[in-house]
Write a protein that binds this ligand. Sequence first.
Ligand code: GLU
Ligand code: ZN
Length: 477
Amino acid sequence: MNKIRVRFAPSPTGPLHIGGARSALFNYLFAAGAKGDFVLRVEDTDLERSSRESEQNIIESLRWLGIEWNEGIGAGGEFGPYRQTERLPLYVKAAQQLIEMGYAYKCYCSEEELEEVRIAQQVAGDTPHYNGACLHLTAEEHLAKEAAGLKPVVRFAVPPHQELIIEDVVRGRVIVNSDEIGGDFVILKSDGLPTYNFAAVVDDHQMQITHIVRGEEHLPNTPRQLLIYLALKYPPPIFAHVSLILGPDHSKMSKRHGSVSVVNYREEGFLPQALVNFLALLGWSPEGEQELLSMEQLKEQFSLNRVSKSPAVFDIAKLRWLNAQYLHALSTEEIAAGITPYLPVDFDEKRIVLLAETLATHLETFAQVKDYLHLIEGGPLPDMDEKAAAVLNQEHVARLICAFSEHVEALSEEEFTAPAIKEAIKQAGKETGAKGAALFMVLRVAITGCMHGPDLDKLAALIGKKNLLKRLKYLEA
Ligand code: GLU
Ligand code: ZN
């Protein structure tokens, strides 16, 4: 069998989004498992919407996720160039071939003429489609149009009533009649640029792509692509259309549902290994029960056979849970490095490491560290809820806070560390007879305004002696 070759072929019209990242990942995992090639090709023929900036964003997002390609943009290879705008002669040549074989023809219709046809068809209750006006132009008519300076597009002549069969690894056999395609479609625009359906086929063939793994939203394009394969006598690749990603409300995932681009998740403090794990489970499932899967495990286990036909629902709570699992497994140093971008610049390294240690098991994402800053920054606490307020409404509270404050007062700034604070709590408990919740919960609420949270002694050390006393004084008053 031929070597398996797959590709990810993004249009650089914006940042890499979740759906694109999942397609890239599935291709990458499939290639890795089959010891095949993974090509990155940039489909930039929409000049107005494409930019190098988007291309760069896509590349950086893929790299951040740990998705690697061994051929294509930035990696070289024998089938380059890998940017479609650098391959224009190939498309012109293939279009020429199709014209010569009678599968395509030049169309000189103007926008206005096409619009008129569309309107007439709509009035007649027809679905708009090209009416084939230029299909049978004679050689003289062609010359006359060219002489008049008209720039033609090239259209593919869709054969009528032809059954097109797509054997899709995920969806099974999909049958489409050529009459449903909507008429002779443009393959080459008047400026010489190819359309997506055409360029993709020419490239996928020339690059010897064996499997096309992409989102279900491209399934409607596949019959046109299949026609082009058949006309050019290219053996079609194997198709695998992966289901749509839906938002929690089961409509197609969009910005409405939150972040859609990979950089957003990076900025929000998610870990690439968690996002990869999450993306892999959007439409694919492993054989076993295990949900936490590293890239290496995914490479070993991934198979197209276990890609589901039903849509995947984007569950942000699950992503957060996965992220927490990966985050909690990191070393204190790694967490410290991860939270640093979200901290005020005046936090020194020691403080950052202590903060990382304190919050290690409490964070789901790095960015969440921001939610804890008000606790340690000495400003006023938000109003406590009734339950917490009730904790402070006990007879011994004032005495306990007073005793604890005295011990805190006795510590110098240098001595004000988590172990010393722990000892101060213990002493205050002994002196007042408060134990268990009567001791720890009271001090926790007094210091944080909250009934749960990270280790109190470490938090108190982060708050600092001055601010801690201020907070306790405020309570006494
Ligand atoms: N350029 C297309 C896209 O970004 C590629 C589709 C395909 O994989 O064929 O959607
Ligand atoms: Zn025409």
